[in-house]
Design a protein around this ligand. Sequence first.
Ligand code: ADE
Length: 279
Amino acid sequence: MMNFHVLTLFPEMIMQGVRTSILGKAMEREYISIEAVNIRDYTTEKHGKVDDYTYGGGAGMLMQAQPVYDAYKAVENKISADSAENGSGGKRAPRVIYVTPQGKPFCQSMAQEFAKEEELILLCGHYEGIDERVLEEIVTDYVSIGDYVLTGGELPAMVMIDAIARLVPGVLHNEESATTESFDNYLLEYPQYSRPEVWKDKRVPEILLSGNHAKIEEWRLEQSIERTKKARPDLYEKWAQENQEYFIKKAKKEARERKKAMKKKLAQKQLAEKNPCNS
Ligand code: ADE
């Protein structure tokens, strides 16, 4: 069971976002748990304030260190108490991910690495960000979900939870689909089709109806390669570098086919020369 703890000013946004579909089912079946901790509940400011102006001036407000730190401590203590109770104590402090446009770009291999953790704390910022001192104190990983700026960290946290949770054993029924999809080997997924065979005059590619699994696999790989080359030349380059043998095999196969075609042509020519009336 993997436990996600989200430190946020908008816990209802997180809980509403994860309650449905596959994540909701995974929570019900106890493959994962997701709790949203309201940072505001931990402020010592009597009016419930959690933000203030930035030193040195500049636009906007900053989340203050105290409520963030105390919310984190509450989660950390709860994790320690739970692990002492179930006999799995003595573990290192959990990883704390701060979702921020200043972080490392999130990717599939990062999701795989995080999926090995038992506990993950995700910290969501708002306004102009969070006081640097508390970040230095608690954050282990700074992660961005892309080169654009959102209004807060809740959507990025949910994106990450989704990508990580689907890698937790049991969350997806078909274990294979968690491993064979896009990005595992740099290639994007091939096109897929379901019934009917013809829709709006478009036929399902003939090869997929052939029952020839080797040929289907070959076609799918070619489709993946073409798609990746077109949409993500950066990924294609990486794949090509690691899969030189694919190009060698392909060149050999093409040479064999050329030879076969030439032989056939020659045989036809010889036949025509023998029986000039048939040509
Ligand atoms: N918070 C705001 N924008 C973000 C982004 N692109 N990635 C992660 N956290 C964010």
